[in-house]
Design a protein around this ligand. Structure first.
Ligand code: MG
Ligand code: MN
Ligand code: CA
Length: 763
């Protein structure tokens, strides 16, 4: 066993008193009414203070050295660490409060990273070991000299914003943890004094740094948590940890959902992970408490909503983001997951990383100097990657149903779990209860990824940065999303924390569907059905019911495309670009009495790469609107379907292309074409040469194929009924209520119960 050095309190008193918590932040009742998660507020402290202990203990240093030779990825991270610009750097001059904000910000980012990189490299027997140690100690000895304590982090665009301070604290903490056993008494006293002062400062001010429990509370909170675990011998350390857990719990209870959905969007999820991920490792490694299981849903959510290139969509205040799952895979090697029948989550997280296209993010880094973390100047990315990456993990893809319905209101339709395949189809259907920070008016909007390209899209976050006027003037507004506006407004929650209602969730062979219903502040509802058909196209049905006549605008964005077409048929053409290949999307709009306007609006997928692209709005003055959209992504125009109207009224629309029909109907009457008939709200009916083959229908009580197949139910259900080659009938159903029904085929009759989701087979 290695001798671990117990820290004796060599530090004499530092002149920062432990301040009482100043709860300037007044949590509102709704902040504790959402479905998120929390860590125990009865905190667990390390038994003794030992260094190193945050990321690894002394016995693991040899393994860290050997990791670099294990695979190409580890070698690449090691290369980025061992040739890093911060190694043996001349520390920049200490700035003054009057200096440019960027100078001050970059100074602390550089200083704390210099401390961490050099401390790390000083652990290994290389010719520069002592030089690295000297450089790390020199950086640590400076502490936060300069204007940090003079400047107010709350000021907009502050050079010392609390969201940076959390990362600076965690970098300094790691550095101290790695060099502590080699410090002289004087060095120890100075450095520990700086760290205690900063921890006390964060402890005192944490609850006054944010107006609600968003990332400006949680990010420094996790930083403070790390400091408490690092300096656990300090009398105040337990108080710091309690403050940290209390603050970060306020965030995780409210901004996360129980399924791990982060309501500030993908960008702020990753930006927060920069802090919570180190903290989770530090808490686990320094105590006998493991906080990872509580956070598990938060690491599954990005897998559930990843598109066909592994990107998290640009929903709410967000650019598209890769999920850096390689940082956390190793922590979940013993954790079963709902995403796989037998493999632990860690293997799926490793698969996610290996199956994420990072090219656009690398290209953006080359072009702009900024990486995907949102904290390029502060975050020691390759070092954290090297510390946490585990080359021994065997990757495995999820093996559960590719279409994922999330309790918090997002639904990810996908054809399969493949990556980078042209035939992969993905659509995110958005209906998450609005939170009070970084919220966009996007209820019931969708974004489509197909043919390996970004198609129908959310407008994104902003051009380059949060402070731009365009963010509020355009990017967060309803019209920057594929929503249905009434008098210019998207649906909005009436009650805090209660989002749109999701129903009619079904996944059957060749058919997956869901209906969501949202409310308008002025009264009325929007119900939208999204159906994925035969894994290669989507039907979307909109029903808008209002208390009085208003202007209804159905907004449709197609992404970074050239738009051609007319009122009924629009074709979006995509050029080969950073995000995907040349391809197109053939989009049909089927409704009566609408007028179409083509407009132009901005889109951003990655910071700085913004531009104006066409979108269209279908408008009508009415108190009851019905419309259907068919979205067919394709490589080229040659294999397009052509739809013909069979019926077009305010209440019923039926179109046909070859032996397939799409129907939507709010008349309350049964409707038929050719031989078949149904009272469904939406139905997709397919015949073959030999006759009836399949019907998928939403909110239906009757179907008659006209060829001896009849279905009657006592309440509206969602069904997919397919005549198999074996002459058996497969019936998949989704019943939001307990329903019963009769199915007749020729002279045979079956009585069935439809409850929840399931399937029946009839011989
Ligand atoms: Mg601030
Ligand atoms: Mn948006
Ligand atoms: Ca929203």
């Amino acid at each position: 066993m290695l001798a671990k050095r117990l820290i004796l309190s060599v530090v004499t008193v530092v002149s920062v008193a432990v301040a009482p918590l100043s709860h300037a932040l007044k949590l509102k009742p709704y902040h504790s009414s959402y479905t998120g998660f929390e860590l125990p507020e009865d905190v667990t402290m390390p038994e003794i203070e030992i260094h190193p202990s945050l990321w690894f203990d002394e016995s693991e240093i040899e393994g860290l050295w050997q990791k670099k030779d294990r695979d190409g990825i580890a070698a690449q991270f090691w290369n980025e660490v061992s040739t890093n610009e911060f190694l043996l750097t001349d520390l920049p001059p200490i700035p003054r409060a009057e200096d440019e904000k960027s100078v001050i910000h970059k100074y602390y980012g550089t200083l704390t990273q210099a401390a961490m990189y050099n401390a790390f490299m000083s652990l290994f027997d290389t010719p520069r070991k002592q030089a690295y140690l000297d450089c790390a100690v020199q950086a640590l000895q400076r502490g936060y000299a300069g204007p940090l304590y003079e400047l107010d982090p709350i000021v907009k665009g502050s050079a010392v914003d609390e969201i940076y301070q959390g990362i600076w604290a965690q970098s300094f903490a790691s550095a101290y943890d790695w060099v502590q056993s080699r410090l002289s008494v004087e060095q120890e006293e100075t450095i520990r004094g700086h760290l205690i002062k900063h921890a006390s400062y964060m402890n005192e001010h944490l609850f006054s740094w944010a107006s609600s429990p968003h990332n400006h509370l949680s990010k420094p909170g996790w930083g403070l948590g790390t400091m408490a675990l690092l300096l656990s011998n300090e009398p105040a350390a337990k108080t710091w940890l309690k403050t940290a857990i209390e603050g970060t719990n306020a965030n995780t209870r409210y901004f996360f959902g129980s399924d791990g959905t982060y309501r500030e969007g993908s960008h702020y999820y990753m930006f927060s992970m920069l802090n919570f991920l180190p903290f989770l490792y530090h808490y686990r490694n320094t105590t006998d408490y493991d906080p990872f299981p509580v956070f598990q849903p938060a690491f599954e959510w990005p897998l559930r909503i990843r598109n066909g290139k592994g990107w998290m969509p640009n929903q709410e205040d967000s650019f598209i983001r890769p999920f850096a799952s390689h940082l956390v895979a190793a922590a979940f090697m013993d954790s079963p997951t709902e995403l796989h029948s037998s493999a632990p989550l860690g293997r799926l997280l490793h698969w996610n990383f290996l199956n994420t296209d990072l090219d656009p993010f690398h290209a953006s880094k080359q072009r702009t100097g900024f990486n995907y973390t949102g904290a390029t100047w502060d975050y020691p990315k390759p070092l954290i990657e090297y510390l946490t990456y585990d080359p021994r993990i065997d990757p495995i893809a999820p093996n559960v149903e590719p279409t994922q319905f999330l309790e918090s209101g997002q639904t990810a339709f996908r054809s399969d779990w493949s990556t980078g395949e042209q035939k992969h189809l993905f659509l995110l259907f958005q209906g998450v209860a609005e939170a009070d920070n970084h919220q966009h008016y996007d209820h019931l909007s969708f974004s489509l990824f197909a043919e390996n390209q970004m198609m129908s899209s959310d407008g994104g976050y902003t051009r380059k940065s949060y402070g731009e006027a365009m963010r509020k003037e355009w990017y967060l507004t309803a019209e920057a999303h594929n929503v249905v506006m009434v008098d210019g407004h998207a649906p909005q929650d009436i009650v805090p924390g209660v989002g749109p209602y999701s129903s009619d969730r079904i996944v059957a062979p060749g058919f997956a569907s869901e209906k969501k219903t949202a409310v308008y502040q002025e009264g009325g509802t929007h119900s939208r059905i999204v159906s994925m058909i035969e894994n290669d196209r989507f039907a979307i049905v909109d029903v808008i019911e209002l208390p009085a006549e208003r202007t209804v605008d159905i907004v449709m964005h197609g992404g970074r495309a050239r738009l051609e077409g007319d009122k009924v048929r629009s074709v979006w053409y995509y050029e080969a670009d950073t995000y995907g290949p040349e391809c197109l999307m053939d989009q049909w709009f089927l409704g009566k009495g609408y007028s179409r306007r083509v407009k132009e609006g901005e889109l951003t997928y990655i910071k700085g790469d913004y531009g104006a692209y066409p979108y269209f709005v279908q408008s009508k003055k009415t108190d009851r609107a019905l419309a259907m959209h068919l979205l067919e992504p394709r490589e080229t125009m040659t294999d397009g379907r052509s739809y013909e109207f069979l019926r077009k009224s305010n209440e019923t629309i039926v179109v046909q292309a070859e032996n397939q029909w799409h129907l939507c109907n709010i008349s309350g009457k049964s409707v038929g074409e050719g031989s078949w008939e149904t009272d469904a709200l939406y139905a997709h009916v397919s015949f073959a040469e030999s006759g009836f083959r399949k019907v998928a229908m939403i909110d239906a009580t009757t179907f008659d194929s006209g060829e001896g197949l009849e279905i009657f139910l006592n309440a509206p259900c969602t069904l997919s009924v397919e005549l198999l080659d074996t002459d058996e009938l497969r019936i998949d159903f989704s019943a939001d209520i307990d329903a019963q029904g009769v199915i007749r085929r020729g002279d045979r009759e079956q009585r069935l119960n439809f409850r929840g989701r399931g399937a029946h087979t009839l011989k």
